[in-house]
Design a binder for this molecule. Sequence first.
Ligand SMILES: [Zn+2]
Length: 266
Amino acid sequence: MKYQGNISKMKSNLTDTVEYLFPIGEQQIPLNQFIGKKISLTYLQQINCIACGKKTNKSFGQGFCYTCFSEAPQASECVLQPDKCKAHLGISRDNEWAQQHCLAPHVVYLAVSSNLKIGITRLTQIPTRWIDQGASLAIIVAQTPNRHIAGTIEKFLMQHYSDKTNWQGMLQGKSMEIDLLVEKEKACEYLPAELKQYCNEDENITQLNFPISQFPDKVKSVTFDKIDKVEGIITGIKGQYLILDNSNVLNVRRHNGYLVELDITE
Ligand SMILES: [Zn+2]
């Protein structure tokens, strides 16, 4: 089957195994059934901004034209630096957007992909955020009323934990033995009293299984900025990556707004 359209970050559902949907144009292709099958993606040399839809020669901040990257609320500084969020002071690019995205309940979490990492997200983005990062285990450490406080806790805990995923290790299925309950307790102990009050008693550890038939020994990230065609047999999907049998991996999220032809055969 052939499909054509602008692609965007994969959607997912957490069941026993994460189920992925690949958005292309108006369609959403369920991908899990194609593991073990051949896929080919051809870049059609056009990028459309995911905020305004206009053509852009280059993608800024994973899918924006330069104007939207500079002005659109969804590309605000606090997306990448939550501790700098000023929405709680009434300062933002767009009040309504800030109300929904910054002044909403957030969580601080610890997740294990190949390494242990600290992160934050909106409460409603759990477990999507963990799936997007390819985490195999995760626990909520604290819940806060807004993005700024969650960002401040994260910043504090970055003295003890990485905030980055080792994506190569994550895609190769490497993992650390970590007791997340013990780590959660430690993380809360590190915090000063005014931040520790947001730690909760939730001891629930979420386990995530990804659809992977075989982990690659080595991985090579490919991008449409350098090559026009990516093809191979899909051996797995993890995080926002398609893993192919030739060790090539494609970070789908990085190509938000790219116009692509998808050819996939059952
Ligand atoms: Zn735009």
